[in-house]
Design a protein around this ligand. Structure first.
Ligand code: GRF
Length: 201
């Protein structure tokens, strides 16, 4: 059975979407290991409830390189072929990127390249866009800038608050992340420059 790893830092609702898709046979993989850089977070409890091996590797007091080297070793030992960042609130080191080249995905709450970085939903409201959304992309050097696998647009309503908009974007994230993982695992794409050309499209 194909195995993926998931990196988390907090609530873990995207992890839950991946767990649910895996259990219903829609992911094409099992989740072999969940790693959190923060101990005691809800995402780890979600993994435990689903019987998925999980570990907290606290990044505090260690260099990014040392922390990421341990993560890579654990993921490789678990035999994962793809690493999914799901609310993982840290940049990964160059060495980590090399260890999993073209095999790391991230989900971001905007239509990239608009609003990279933190508080993408607030950025969208402050900018006054009428459409924002969710993006799943390959992770490369540079913040939220790798080739885009899937996006879903989400309209911004005049009555939206940061919370209501974030909630609506999150539903889109939960729809596109499992689909993107399944596409990438099934190798139903090729990369041409910055473009990810999907076979299903
Ligand atoms: C999501 O909005 C994700 O796009 C962003 O952080 C949030 C994580 O939420 N990177 P969760 O931990 O998956 O619930």
């Amino acid at each position: 059975m194909t195995s993926i790893g998931v990196l988390v830092s907090g609530r873990g609702s995207n992890l839950q979407a991946l767990i649910d898709a895996s259990l219903s046979g829609n992911l094409g993989a099992q989740i072999g290991l969940v790693i959190s850089n923060r101990p005691g977070v809800e995402a780890l409890a979600r993994a435990s409830r689903a019987g998925i091996p999980n570990v907290a590797l606290d990044h505090r007091g260690r260099s990014r390189e040392a922390h990421d080297r341990e993560m890579a070793a654990r993921l490789q030992a678990a035999g994962v072929v793809l690493v999914c960042l799901a609310g993982y609130m840290r940049l990964v080191s160059k060495e980590f990127l090399t260890a999993f080249e073209e095999r790391i995905l991230n989900v971001h709450p905007s239509l990239l390249p608009a609003f990279p970085g933190l508080d993408a939903q607030r950025q969208a409201l402050e900018h006054g866009v009428q459409v924002t959304g969710a993006t799943v992309h390959f992770v490369t050097e540079g913040l939220d800038s790798g080739p885009i696998v899937l996006q879903e647009a989400v309209p911004v309503k005049p009555t939206d608050t940061e919370k209501s908009l974030s909630d609506r974007i999150l539903e889109a994230e939960h729809r596109i992340y499992p689909r993107a993982v399944s596409l990438v695992l099934g190798k139903r794409y090729r990369i041409a420059g910055r473009r990810v050309l999907l076979e299903e499209a």
